[in-house]
Design a protein around this ligand. Sequence first.
Ligand code: NOJ
Ligand code: CA
Length: 569
Amino acid sequence: MSFTAPITLPGLALDPQWYRRAVFYEVMVRCFADSNGDGTGDLGGLISKLDYLQWLGIDALWLPPFYQSPLRDGGYDVSDFKAVLPEFGTLDEFRELVTKAHERNMRVIMDFPLNHTSDQHPWFQASREDPDGPYGDFYVWSDTDKKYENIRVIFVDTEESNWTFDPVRRQFFFHRFFSHQPDLNFENPAVQDAIFDIIRFWFDMGVDGIRLDAIPYLFESEEGNGEGEPPTHAYIQRLRRMVDDEYPGRMLVAEANQWPREVAAFFGTAEEPECHMAFDFPVMPRIFYSLRSQTSGELVKILSETTDVPPGAAWGVFLRNHDELTLEMVSEEYRQAMYGWYAYDPRMRSNVGIRRRLAPLLDNSRAELELAHALLFALPGSPFLYYGDEIGMGDNIWLSDRDASRTPMQWTPDRNAGFSSADPGKLYLPVVQSLVYHYSLINVEAQLAQSRSLLHWVRNVIHVRKAHPTFGLGSLQVQQTDHESALAFVRSYAGSGMHFGDQSEEILCIFSFAHNPISVTVQMPEHAGASLTDLFGGGQFPSIAGDGVVTLTLGTQSFYWLKITDRPA
Ligand code: NOJ
Ligand code: CA
């Protein structure tokens, strides 16, 4: 497969706030491409696919953990933070990946599960064997499991308690996740320093940013619920100061699965900044809710709550990732509705969420896939795609836990979907062979050959977004409509004038969740008399009338992005 040169927006390469305009792509090294035929994806394979990602228009890769690990939690159970798991490659290959990505104007951010380690980590082994030694206080030990009783269990499918008894040290250790993942003791200054040391190690290796995994859970207290406790925020503020001083231009992104105000706290303030970005957990499930309820009310409500971020900060918006579609941050009523629509088979559920990929969630409806992506690319913040969703890959709910949506990338209709030359039985997970999503139908090669494929559509929408910095940098104002299925907002950007394309601009984005065509009236008093032009094809739409009202018709589950050109006064 060969790929033509991409369209790159001038200025992104030198912009210290590059992450505010970037399109991110989450790719698990294990899942993307196998360069040596051992059945597991590796860094060499990923390097060989950089041309594809550049062609797609990706500005930054997010790599989930590829450290040394027993892989009992997809690599989030790390046994050496400064080594690459040998089946994935070597540190030299990682350096090569960063260099080759940078040559393509693409950045690399990596994951850092700093809250915990694997129980195989030498720190834990030393801690359990020698309580008085240098690592004795590296973990949270207790003689009783009755401490921190306000702290909820997250992995409810597998864990009954956050405490597990260790027969070696004859004490309980604390863990927010699996019982093989002991939490580090952040009260210990030596742990705090060890974490800084690891971050410096990877920044020195050239990475452009770090995803701070499970960031709310660093410190525990008897009074609090162990989520975003004040010392956790104080520690991240210190980390941010270190990054700003020693590694300007690099970024931190917070993984905090919490309610809007609590997630936003991880941006910190203008005076005391914390993370540059935070994943928009509040907005994500509400996109799926709107698609099935055919109403926009929930999105309107959440957008009014979550848009304000400190200067220089940005949301990371996403539809799916390597975890279950979490439903922790919706009310019980909505959760039940979501299970009914999207997880009617109990096998589709995992913990408090749904372990399915985007295309099967949306029943492979092209209209819904386009609508969901149009929202993803128009909402405030920077979009994060999940590997394979650009071709509408399926999942495999017969695999355990979240492996359902971590199957090999489907490149071609050939053996192992072109992912690997290994004996099919040797693959880390089988390729999808279901009726609708079989790799002989859903693969990159076939979609490249079809100009109307989802892949070409996604590439096009990425490039339209990238030609308008407003989507990354602009503010958002929800507009009133007369239809409960419609969501309308204006994105406005004053423009910096620093380079071509970076001018002041306003864009009306309108979406219909209705399962039938609708006509909708939008109130836009501030733009009375303005004209509207489609961003995709340049088509002229009805102008906004003198009273500030415009009526538009939208097809079933469709959208428009319309540039607003105000008449000169
Ligand atoms: C969040 C990660 O996204 C998830 O995959 C992992 O299981 C937990 N953190 C625990 O590390
Ligand atoms: Ca391999």
